[in-house]
Design a protein around this ligand. Structure first.
Ligand SMILES: [Cu+2]
Length: 55
């Protein structure tokens, strides 16, 4: 995740999975914090499908 466009793409992917998810992007560390009731593996899959690596 490198810029706000990437952050939006990831936020969209996660919110498609869970509309109530909270997605917080930190553009300095290039990390996204996600609060969701969905399982970690579901969220990872959604983000990887959108084309971003999950650490
Ligand atoms: Cu970007």
């Amino acid at each position: 995740m490198a810029c706000s466009a990437c952050a939006n793409t990831i936020a969209q992917a996660v919110k498609t999975l869970d509309p109530a998810a909270v997605v917080e992007a930190d553009l300095k560390t290039k990390l996204v914090k996600i609060q969701t009731a969905k399982s970690e593996s579901e969220v990872k899959f959604a983000i990887e499908t959108a084309g971003y690596p999950v650490i």
